[in-house]
Design a protein around this ligand. Sequence first.
Ligand code: CUA
Length: 159
Amino acid sequence: MKVEHYERIWFWLASALIAGFVVAVVLSSTLHAIRPPSHVETIDPGLVRSGSDFASPRVERRADGSVLVVGVAEMFSFRPAEITVPAGRPVTFRLTSPDVIHGFQIAGTNVNVAIIPGYVSQLTVRFDRPGEYLIACNEFCGLGHHLMQGRLRVEGEMR
Ligand code: CUA
């Protein structure tokens, strides 16, 4: 079968483009741990403030040293607003919203999730560098959007 000269050029150009996209996906997922959400769990937004586990936002330290954060993002605050976790331990965030879409981004880390009413956003991360981190809402959610922030404190291992 005869392949035209220009057809061959376009074939290789298209192949190189696709290979480039695949490399970008592989690098961002392996080097930067950027991944699509993998947890799907629904919740009635009307039950978030009372009648669900989210009625009492909290930071729970489990016996095995891991941490569970049950949090609510709402107009215009995060609850709990201050989260303290130990460094080097798995921290599982379970987050939802009773009103509109919010963002939950921890500056300087790869934590960046959308908080969507009706859904529970869940992710597990490990923070290796002790320090204070800003938690910001990065989805415009109304007039107080810019006021919506929290703080994450990562404490060094205590022995
Ligand atoms: Cu919440 Cu912007």
